[in-house]
Design a protein around this ligand. Structure first.
Ligand SMILES: [Zn+2]
Length: 153
């Protein structure tokens, strides 16, 4: 659904980062702004209500600084998780710590890349629905971690 006042964060996708506050389009000094931006997560357009960015008062160009871009991405992933009923970054960390596992331990048990769990917990990536149900299984079914350990390569 298209929101009337939202804009797509195309600059975030291009990864443009400027060293100063000048508009890359017209050179005007840009202003700090907070507003709705949209970002695709797994091919789905996610609307982030209070994204921070620089806005050109003259031509309307939007620039996301590196920290703006990171924050927008994390917020979009958090919204995506909520919408799809997936575990939050914090819930994943709680499950992992409940079993005394490091991020690398859990990744190995689930046969994932070494940094995957770290990316879930920092909100940089979202777990698949299949991994989500597996994490719930670990949390709710006693003996799951022992089973995974017994199957570890
Ligand atoms: Zn401009």
């Amino acid at each position: 659904m298209k929101m009337a006042h939202s804009r797509t964060a195309s600059t975030a996708r291009r990864g443009r980062v400027l060293p100063d506050d000048a508009c890359p389009n017209c050179g005007t000094m840009m202003l700090e702004k907070r507003g709705r931006l949209r970002l695709p997560v797994n091919g789905e357009e996610i609307s982030v209500p209070s994204a921070q960015f620089l806005d050109c008062p003259k031509c309307g160009e939007i620039v996301l600084r590196l920290q703006d871009s990171k924050r927008l991405h994390q917020d979009a992933i958090a919204i995506y998780r909520k919408r799809h009923g997936l575990l939050s970054a914090n819930e994943i960390r709680v499950i992992r710590e409940q079993f005394g596992l490091t991020q690398a331990n859990l990744a190995r048990l689930l046969r994932l890349g070494a940094n995957t769990v770290s990316r879930w917990e920092s909100g940089r990536n979202v777990q698949t629905a299949a991994m989500d149900i597996l994490l719930r299984l670990i949390r709710d079914l006693p003996g799951s971690v022992d089973y995974l350990r017994s199957q570890a390569a």
